[in-house]
Every structure is written in structure tokens, then in C-alpha cells.
Ligand binder design. Structure first.
Ligand SMILES: [Fe+2]
Length: 280
């Protein structure tokens, strides 16, 4: 059977992708951002996942005001790289796992999570930057990817608790898939950042650190955290952090923290990264 073996979270800052694409990772400004991923790259080489369920949000690349799915799952065999205004990032096409994706879609919908099924979708920095951070600059991604796109751009995004419950439903779906696959789930976005208005540039290290602590120590509190707290404490784009709760819900009640990285700033955003595995 398929096994959900680990989860990780990471920011998906577009400038981080650009730094990699433009060969700037060794510069003084960027070096500490990327150094925090060295441990994970080594760990991931040993883990060798077959599939990553990658939770992210689209930034008006595949969806716009015409269509706003709260939860969408990519069921295609492959996903082209979106052109976000500077041409597509020079990274490999993302290969899907259509059979497992359809299985998850079916399992979640029959489990009363009405996912939007997407068969054609370009993927933007929200999905490709995490892949670059964990796998580096490669000719071909070493995993299949099942994109799970969450609306956190247009109000209302889903609640943290709803995200958690979706994570649990995804875990049940993976556990009922017959092929022996090593599956990971990643939650992306965050941490504190605000891109517009008088508070543009907001970073809240203390609150971010507490959020990272609570992923392991007190996830029940995170499930109940209202949107207004994300907005007030982590800025208008900090709401992306609800997506981390899909990853966290999927790993079950207890987890072990394997690695953590927090760095300020990258672009105008706090970088947060954590690696977790289910604990008995
Ligand atoms: Fe984002």
C-alpha cells in the first residue's frame, strides 16, 4: 500500500526561485537562505519519495477571478511551467501521478471533500520554488507531483480546521491506494509577509516562531486560529500559512520535528521551513 512517510513546509517566495535561476545563491544576501535547506536536500536524497502531494496556491497564473476553486487537485500526467511575466522558469516540466491523483480525488469527494478536478493547469512559483529548494537545479524532477491548489488569494480562504480535515482525508486516501509508494506531503507559502498597503514589508519573527513551535507542540490551537489573527500578526499574505495545516493534518496527531530553518528577510518575506515525520 502507499505510505505517507513525511511532511515538510516551506515558503515559496518567487525571488528565491529567481535567485536560483540567475545563479545568485552564493551571494551574501542569499547564502543563509539556501544554507537552511542543505540538511533537507541530504535527507531527501535518502528518503527517495515516489510522489509528493504538493499543497500550494496559484497566484493568478492558472486561476483568475473567473474561477476560484477553494481546493483543486491536479490529475494530469504533466503540468507545464507558468509564464508569470518573465517567461516560464527554466525548470523541468512537472510530472503528475494521474492514477493516485484520481484516487485521492475520488476518496476525498466520497469522504465529503468536494475537490475541483483539474486536468490542464500550468504551475507557478508556488509549486516550482519548493521543488527547486528541495531538489536543486536538476534536469528532471526526481518525483511525481500531485498539485493541490488552495484559494488563499480571494476572500474567503478555507479555515485552518477545514484544511486540517482535508489533510486527514488525503492521508486516508493515500493509505487506501494499493500500489507500494513512498508519498510525502508538502505545505507551502508564508511565513509573515504583506505585499501592499501601509504595513507592506511586515515581518513578525516572534509569531512565526510560535507558529513553527505549535505545528509540533500544539496543533489543536492552530486548527482554531481565526483568519483575523493571520492577518493581524502575519500580514495579508501570511494567510498562506493555513495551507501548512493540510500537511500537518495529514501526518496525524503526533509528529517529530526533524529540521527547522527560519530566516529574515528573503525579498520582503520571512522564510520558514520545517520537516516533520509522523510519530507513534
Ligand atoms: Fe504565495
Amino acid at each position: 500500500m502507499a505510505r505517507l512517510t513525511a511532511g515538510l513546509t516551506t515558503s515559496h517566495i518567487p525571488a528565491v526561485g529567481a535567485a536560483m535561476d540567475l545563479g545568485k545563491t552564493g551571494e551574501d544576501y542569499w547564502q543563509p537562505v539556501f544554507a537552511g535547506y542543505d540538511w533537507t536536500r541530504q535527507w531527501e536524497t535518502a528518503q527517495k519519495p515516489d510522489v509528493v502531494v504538493l499543497v500550494y496556491n496559484d497566484h493568478a497564473s492558472a486561476f483568475d477571478m473567473k474561477v476560484i476553486p477553494t481546493f483543486a487537485i491536479g490529475c494530469a500526467d504533466s503540468f507545464p511551467i507558468a509564464d508569470e511575466g518573465w517567461g516560464p522558469r527554466p525548470v523541468p516540466v512537472v510530472e503528475g501521478h494521474a492514477d493516485l491523483a484520481w484516487h485521492i480525488a475520488q476518496s476525498c469527494i466520497l469522504d465529503e471533500f468536494d475537490m475541483t478536478i483539474i486536468n490542464e493547469m500550468a504551475v507557478d512559483h508556488g509549486l516550482t520554488v519548493p521543488l527547486s529548494l528541495i531538489f536543486g537545479q536538476v534536469a528532471k524532477w526526481p518525483v511525481k507531483v500531485i498539485p493541490v491548489a488552495v484559494n488563499v488569494v480571494t476572500y474567503p480562504p478555507p479555515t485552518g480546521n477545514r484544511c486540517w480535515l482535508l489533510g486527514e482525508a488525503i492521508a486516508r486516501a493515500v493509505a487506501s491506494y494499493e500500489e507500494d509508494l513512498n508519498v510525502q506531503i508538502w505545505g507551502t507559502g508564508g511565513m509573515s509577509h504583506q505585499l501592499q498597503g501601509p504595513r507592506a514589508g511586515l515581518i513578525n519573527r516572534e509569531w512565526d516562531t510560535a507558529f513553527l513551535d505549535r505545528l509540533t507542540a500544539d496543533p489543536e490551537a492552530l486548527r482554531r486560529m481565526p483568519h483575523i489573527e493571520y492577518l493581524r500578526e502575519a500580514g495579508s499574505e501570511g494567510i498562506e500559512l493555513v495551507m501548512w495545516l493540510i500537511m500537518r493534518g495529514a501526518l496525524g496527531p503526533k509528529v517529530r520535528e526533524l529540521h527547522r530553518h527560519y530566516h529574515v528577510p528573503a525579498s520582503n518575506t520571512a522564510v520558514g521551513h520545517i520537516v516533520l515525520e509522523p510519530a507513534p
